[in-house]
Design a protein around this ligand. Structure first.
Ligand SMILES: [Zn+2]
Ligand SMILES: [Zn+2]
Length: 249
């Protein structure tokens, strides 16, 4: 027996279809049958398509010949995942269960996209295993993160940009705070994804790594409710406040 991840109905294996790394029953497959539109087909000859959700506009990457659906949108047949509701509770989100799930998924996608940003590039789409149902990354399987070179128009798979300069930052997505470390480009990428910079501290890279790890242990993750006090100075006392380098957009 298999279980449809969207409506949780248990069915014989041959009655479910693999969609977006998970199994869906026929009625759930039907609900999203015309949800996604192909934006880029096999960029650079890669066996991948960039598809966009017609419901919310978020794009994702998908293997050619695979079935997929939006990373963010749930539907009228979706049922709540208790683990996601627990996260929503921790983040003190006050929407319906579906709004909260979709907000967590959308923010997870934005945070992932921000990791690939660099000047001269438009990050187009990623693929996070587990979304939209689990609200967070479940396994590391992915069809990759893709972007377009602003000058040449070439669409290609992106490699992650790792932070060199030491910045420890706290940004706000709606009512959720996200902290992390990285370069000025990383912070700008969050702002471009709609985040508001709360505080940004500069310090030697090694200190920033240690400080970020302490915060992560303290808060059990990198996303917390806006009412949770996140004290960057407590973990990075010698940090220089450079927040005003990042104007709110
Ligand atoms: Zn179903
Ligand atoms: Zn969508």
């Amino acid at each position: 027996m298999k279980q449809c991840i969207n409506c949780m109905t248990r069915l014989p294996r041959k009655e479910v279809t693999e969609v977006a790394w998970c199994s869906l029953c026929a009625p759930c497959l039907q609900v999203v049958s015309d949800q996604m539109k192909v934006l880029h087909d096999r960029p650079g000859g890669a066996p991948v398509q960039i598809q966009q959700c017609g419901w919310c506009g978020v794009a994702r990457s998908c293997g050619v010949g695979w079935r997929t659906r939006c990373l963010v949108c749930l539907d009228d047949r979706s049922v709540p995942d208790p683990a996601v509701q627990k996260i929503a509770h921790r983040l003190e989100l006050d929407g319906t269960w579906r709004e909260n799930s979709e907000f967590i998924a959308a923010t997870t996608v934005k945070v992932r996209l921000a990791k690939y940003f660099r000047p001269g590039l438009t990050v187009l789409a990623t693929d996070v295993h587990g979304l939209p149902w689990t609200g967070y990354r479940w396994l590391t399987k992915s069809h990759g993160t893709w972007g377009r070179d602003d000058e040449t128009g070439e669409v290609r798979q992106l490699k992650r940009v790792r932070g060199e300069e030491g910045l420890l930052y706290l940004v706000r997505y709606g009512t959720v705070l996200k902290f992390g470390r990285g370069t000025a480009d990383r912070v700008s990428a969050h702002v471009a994804q709609g985040a508001v910079p709360v505080i940004v501290l500069s310090a030697p890279s090694q200190q920033v790594v240690v400080a970020r790890d302490r915060l992560k242990r303290l808060h059990r993750g990198e996303m917390v409710s806006q009412r949770t006090p996140v004290d960057l100075f407590a973990v990075l006392p010698d940090g220089l406040d450079v927040t005003d380098r990042f104007p709110r957009s």
